[in-house]
Design a protein around this ligand. Structure first.
Ligand code: GDP
Ligand code: MG
Length: 171
């Protein structure tokens, strides 16, 4: 049997965009509206099988340090992939994604696989971020751009699958 591939995936994005909620939805199929912020960065393991290839993901979540601009290279070091999350109702959070992309490309190089999650897509009526512009930006940095909702359980599996398939292709 072929060996299992192990990947480290980090979630990055402004506080409150839904990073922890996406992980909870993906790994436990749960949505907890007001979960407490944990004190330490933590990771969840998820195993999957893609066309006969066995994969183990270590999915890292922040402990909320992003709120104090205190999330540094120790967190994303050795990451194979990053899920960059913004909230479609919050323009600032999209600008923050652009900053993270620059930082990751500088610190980790071009091999890190990037997927951008446009989260809270259930709040389409309050959208602030221009979808076409976000599409163009993502394409320009070689990232996928996928609309998700942790709340409505929309595209959550898909966004992790997209990232995983592209990490498999890049090894
Ligand atoms: P984090 O700080 O990025 O980890 O964000 P959280 O996962 O803690 O979520 C912040 C807030 O946004 C919480 O009140 C969540 O319930 C809410 N939230 C997360 N995902 C969604 C979503 O897809 N839709 C909506 N409407 N709310 C969400
Ligand atoms: Mg969180």
């Amino acid at each position: 049997m072929a060996a299992e591939s192990s990947f480290k995936v980090v979630l990055l994005g402004e506080g409150c965009v839904g990073k922890t909620s996406l992980i909870n939805r993906y790994t436990r199929n749960a949505f907890v509206p007001d979960h407490k912020t944990t004190l330490q960065a933590s990771f969840q393991e998820k195993r999957l099988n893609i066309g006969g290839k066995r994969v183990k993901l270590a999915i890292w979540d922040t402990a909320g340090q992003e709120r104090f601009h205190a999330l540094g290279p120790i967190y994303y070091r050795d990451a194979n992939g990053a899920l960059l999350v913004y909230d479609i109702t919050d323009t600032e959070s999209f600008l923050k994604v652009k900053n993270w992309v620059k930082e990751l490309r500088t610190m980790l190089g071009k091999d890190v696989v990037l997927t951008i999650a446009a989260n809270k897509s259930d709040l389409e009526r309050s959208r602030q971020v221009d979808e076409a512009e976000a599409d163009r930006y993502a394409a320009s940095v070689g990232a996928s751009h996928i609309h998700t909702s942790a709340k409505a359980d929309r595209n959550v599996k898909e966004v992790f699958l997209d990232l995983t398939k592209r990490m498999l292709e890049s090894v």
